[in-house]
Ligand binder design. Structure first.
Ligand code: CMX
Length: 139
């Protein structure tokens, strides 16, 4: 199996980005990078950078968002881990042929103009896991 290249970001489900921003920015000293809407995922996402890793706060934009369901079921907290890969389509094929269950069999656009694909938590011992392929030369 081809190893992942790096931990790209940690996803954290939140009810309100505004309520938590000061903790990450002022208490932890992480660099705030901005907020982006990801309509396909029905989330508003805030990014904070700590060296080579981002923290991604995910706030649902409506009740149908998977993050809204997560908050209802489990409350606020860690939501997923995302790993950088080079050739996301090839990695998906490799994981599928090893018998892992993908949520996304075809990569789709995520935040930061990355191509992303999620593995199902039932195949990853309960940790929702994302593969992401950043644009050339970006984190
Ligand atoms: N981490 C671990 N397990 C999770 C989870 C998470 N973040 N979200 C859901 N699950 C678990 C549920 O607890 C449930 O487990 P049990 O069957 O043991 O109760 C199981 O997955 C299925 O959950 P569900 O509520 O029945 O079904 P959902 O409709 O919520 O779908 C999932 C679950 C994982 C398929 C869906 O949340 C998904 O497709 N997630 C990937 C996309 C996503 O999270 N996008 C937001 C991030 C945006 C971004 O980074 O760009």
């Amino acid at each position: 199996m081809t190893p992942v290249k790096a931990l790209n970001h940690v996803g954290i489900a939140v009810r309100s980005i505004d309520a938590q921003r000061s903790f990450y920015e002022d208490v932890l000293g992480a660099a705030f990078e901005g907020v982006e809407l990801v309509p396909s995922q029905r989330v508003r996402v805030a990014f904070f950078r700590v060296h080579d890793v981002r923290l991604e706060l995910l706030e649902p934009t409506d009740d149908e968002s998977t993050v809204a369901k997560f908050l209802e079921k489990r409350g606020e907290g860690l939501h997923h881990l995302a790993f950088t890969v080079d050739d996301i389509q090839a990695r998906i094929a490799e994981l599928q042929s090893a018998g892992l269950r993908m949520i996304d069999e075809v990569p789709r656009p995520g935040a930061h103009q990355m191509q992303i694909a999620f593995l199902h938590p039932k195949s990853t011992f309960g940790v929702l896991t994302e593969l992401c392929q950043p644009r050339q030369g970006h984190l």
